[in-house]
Ligand binder design. Structure first.
Ligand SMILES: Cc1ncc(COP(=O)(O)O)c(C=O)c1O
Length: 375
């Protein structure tokens, strides 16, 4: 029997191993300014890939979000509109900046933030919107950008899962004030832990570089609140090697997603993922909905798949506004975010990462069909 077909896993080759060995031989593992040779190279290639002026490498996706909010001076007393159907790090960064996350609902077909819900929650304390491109599919950015313009709000995109995605023929990362990426171990590319912020605003890029090293303007001269959010030279060397393989990874994810959707199209109980016109999915996760199900029924399907060594997983079983810590803080109440709570009960994700083969997907589809027919 084959081993567990994981929901996501890094694809590491000799290029990454050699790149790390070179850094270790050089002996400069990190740089005190945060802008070592390898970091600069990674930033340059990343900005060029995304099609933006600046890329600033940091130590994680959460650091990217927090640093962006700090550099944009979002803080005390401010409200930041975020989706609740996301990884908790999105809202955590808002709290770390000293602001308050205000949770908004999603579009039930794309699982991304819905502008109508954002509009209903804008107040005179709102200063920023953080849309999340969940599973790698861009949120519908035009209506969100329009609201931001009307109300004078900043947009910081959480593209932790969406490296390689596009909106209206532009790469995600080249649209808003700032866009944040994650290179956590199982993201579309990885540096182990790591993150990147992209922006076209040169002044903001400078501030971000300062926030990344304790708010230093020059060595040991602190002019703002910052953090140690540097990326190491080791991580940057891995990142550059991974970035050069990204197009290939994305193509394999896309091919797998298309193949799996073809296989699942006759299963009436399932809603397969969508890719609306003018949006290009980065296929970080292939997420289906078990129509009309409650959480118990959905979880039974996931457990039965896992019993067959198919690493189905749920992202996210509990929306952020219902997590114990956020429940205490948030002004959102149960049933406030209907589509978010429904999606949390009904969705699950299936493996389509670059190492998944067609015969694996045949097995996923055949098992799923059998499980659903006996449900
Ligand atoms: C949507 C989203 N936001 C933020 C993060 C945080 O990124 P990191 O784990 O690199 O801090 C992640 C990933 O883990 C994520 O999926």
């Amino acid at each position: 029997m084959r081993g567990l077909l994981k929901i996501n896993q890094p694809v590491i080759g000799k290029e990454e191993i050699e790149a790390v060995a070179e850094v270790l031989k050089d002996g400069v593992l990190t740089h005190k300014s945060g802008s070592g040779r390898r970091v600069l190279q990674f930033e340059k290639e990343f900005a060029s890939y995304v099609g933006c002026k600046h890329a600033v490498a940091v130590s994680s996706g959460t650091a990217a979000l927090h640093a962006s909010l700090l550099a944009l001076e979002v803080g005390n007393g401010d409200e930041v509109l975020v989706p609740s159907f996301t990884f908790s790090g999105t809202a955590e960064a808002v709290l770390l900046a000293g602001a308050k996350p205000v949770f908004t609902d999603i579009d039930p077909r794309t699982y991304c933030m819905k502008a109508e819900s954002v509009e209903g929650k804008i107040s005179n304390r709102s200063t920023a919107i953080v849309p999340v491109h969940l599973y790698g599919l861009p949120a519908d950015m035009n209506p969100i950008a329009k609201l931001a313009r009307q109300h004078g709000l900043t947009v910081v995109e959480d593209a932790a899962q969406a490296l390689g995605a596009e909106y209206l023929n532009k790469k995600i990362g080249a649209i808003s004030d700032a866009t944040c990426f994650s290179f956590y171990g199982v993201k579309n590319i990885t540096t182990g832990e790591g993150g990147m912020i992209t922006t076209n605003d040169s002044e903001l890029a400078e501030k971000l570089r300062s926030v990344r090293v304790h708010g230093e303007e020059r060595p040991y001269w602190v002019t703002r609140l910052g953090h140690n959010y540097r990326m190491s030279e080791i991580a940057a060397a891995i990142g550059t090697a991974q970035l050069r393989k990204l197009s290939n990874f994305l193509e394999r994810r896309r091919r797998n997603a298309r193949y799996l959707s073809g296989k699942l199209k006759d299963l009436k109980k399932l809603e397969t993922p969508t890719e609306p016109e003018h949006r290009k999915h980065a296929w970080h996760l292939y997420t289906v909905r078990l129509k009309g199900a409650n959480a118990g029924k959905r979880n039974r399907v996931v457990e039965r798949l896992r019993a067959k060594n198919i690493g189905a997983s749920v992202y996210y079983e509990t929306p952020v506004h219902l997590l114990p810590f956020y429940r205490r803080l948030s002004s959102s109440h149960r049933s406030d975010l209907l589509e978010t709570e429904r999606a949390a009960r009904q969705v699950f994700s299936l493996p389509i990462h670059p190492l998944v083969r067609e015969d694996d997907l045949d097995e996923v589809a055949a098992n799923l069909e059998k499980i659903l027919s006996r449900l």
